[in-house]
Ligand binder design. Structure first.
Ligand code: AP5
Ligand code: MG
Length: 189
């Protein structure tokens, strides 16, 4: 079982690299951001709630997101493992994930931290906002997302170091080069 937490600031390449990992290792992929955007698109109650937070660059409440994650996890049958993208984002979520996997006699194999300088994150997200129009990819909201990342999410770096699962990845460079570094980390497990 290969359970990977792919971690990093907004725009660090979590989604991009997840797709490659899924293709190579045949894992299931959970992106909490993608789940929420699908709910918004379908006009569900959850989508309406999520939109309020996402448009402000704020995190949804832990209890809500943990429930969503648990139900997606239970929908995977005969899984080779899961890549968690955009979850956990708070210490409470990391603790919940640990407990959830333990109940299923599993654990996180590694946390891959994609580190990218802030000016590059901004450049990537502004560009994506212009091309694909993701509603939270505008300068004002990106700044809020980065602030939330620094205050609520980046403490997970030390949390995963203490848990012995932390692996740093240089997230600046070509998508293929970064993927090569990720594969090298996974092969060492
Ligand atoms: P989420 O969807 O997770 O967004 P995010 O963390 O802000 O990250 P992104 O998806 O924008 O970036 P990414 O790291 O996936 O990078 P990507 O590969 O796309 O969350 C959105 C919102 O949902 C949150 O703000 C919150 O409101 C809510 N939410 C989600 N999860 C939650 C949770 N657990 N708890 C509470 N609330 C939650 O790449 C970005 C761009 O860069 C792309 O255009 C890509 O083509 C490009 N790119 C990628 N790699 C490279 C490279 N090496 N060189 C150049 N360009 C590159
Ligand atoms: Mg993403």
């Amino acid at each position: 079982m290969l359970n990977i937490v792919i971690f990093g600031a907004p725009g660090s390449g979590k989604g991009t690299q997840s797709a490659r990992i899924v293709e190579k290792y045949g894992l299931n992929h959970i992106s909490t951001g993608d789940v929420l955007r699908a709910e918004i698109k379908n006009g569900t109650e959850l989508g309406k709630t999520a939109k309020g937070y996402i448009d402000q660059g704020q995190l949804l409440p832990d209890e809500l997101i943990i429930d969503i994650l648990a139900s997606v996890l239970d929908s995977f049958k005969e899984s080779k493992g899961v890549i968690f993208d955009g979850f956990p984002r708070t210490i409470a979520q990391a603790e919940a994930l640990k407990a959830m996997l333990k109940e299923r006699k599993q654990e996180v194999s590694v946390m891959l931290d994609l580190e990218v300088p802030e000016d590059e994150l901004m450049t990537r997200l502004i560009k994506r906002g212009q091309e694909s129009g993701r509603a939270d990819d505008n300068e004002e909201t990106i700044k809020k997302r980065l602030t939330v990342y620094h205050s609520q999410t980046s403490p997970l770096i030390d949390w995963y170091k203490a848990d012995g699962k932390y692996q740093h990845i240089n997230g600046l460079g070509t998508m293929d080069g970064i993927f090569g570094d990720i594969v090298a980390s996974i092969e060492k497990l």
